[in-house]
Design a protein around this ligand. Sequence first.
Ligand code: ZN
Length: 299
Amino acid sequence: MKKLNKVLLMLVVLMTVSTSTVATAAITTSHAGHGGVDPGAIGNGYKEADIARMINNQIVAKSGAVDATDNSAISVNDNLSKIVNKVNLNSNGTSWNLSNHLNSASPAATGVEVFYYAGDPVGKAKAEQVSAAIANVLGIPNRGAKTADLYVIRNTKGHSLLIEWGFISNSGDVQKLLTKMDTVTTEVVKLFNSTINPVPPVTPPVNPVQPPTTGFARSYNETGTMCATERNWVKDTPTKAARLVEYQSNGQAIKYHKVVWSDGIVWLQLTGWDGKQRYVAYSDATQGNGFGRKYGYCQ
Ligand SMILES: [Zn+2]
């Protein structure tokens, strides 16, 4: 019996070793699309950088890819150039590099889209597969493969795909992504690798998705501190035509207690020196891809 136990133990050891063998890293690098001072887009109580990190951690663990995330940037441009440097240190002309983002637009916008370099037909084919796989698992619209002149895609070696996994401005997209993150990241890694490294399942974060409230197009309570990344105007209502009450200098900190979608802008709401409610524009809600942000984490 002892001998049999030894044989069984050997078998278990062998099986364990074979299943935990590191998969061929067909994904060469993967990164969260924002970090350092740059939180990316804000929506439904979440920051894009945080969800992108969760996705990226799953992909890195399952695929064995190099993590090219940057967490030390002092500006949006600094974040982009540090990501590109990390990617290019580990890539050549045949590498696959993934950039993980969430889209942002009106609360109704929904679905997944994957950007590829315009002159890369191989990248286009893979982008179509990735977009279809994510749409299928999450049950959200497949917006498909797209090209755009995006800095990270343009400046990295090999094939680069920028994945917009869903809209952070859409509560349904966010909920589906958080609850199905394990399955959806596995399906994407499978498109590059034949084996998946076993990793612990994702625990969805505790902060609940806030339901839309009346009064504005949409709002939710979130408190935080951000610093202006340029000279910004402070307004007395969350509208483009509102009165300009004062301005904030580049680097100046604000404490906000609400995030408001109104008039095509994502606003941070704060209490002014006189106790009245004030609003500063965080980003253009109609622009997508998290561009146009005027506030970031304070340095
Ligand atoms: Zn982004």
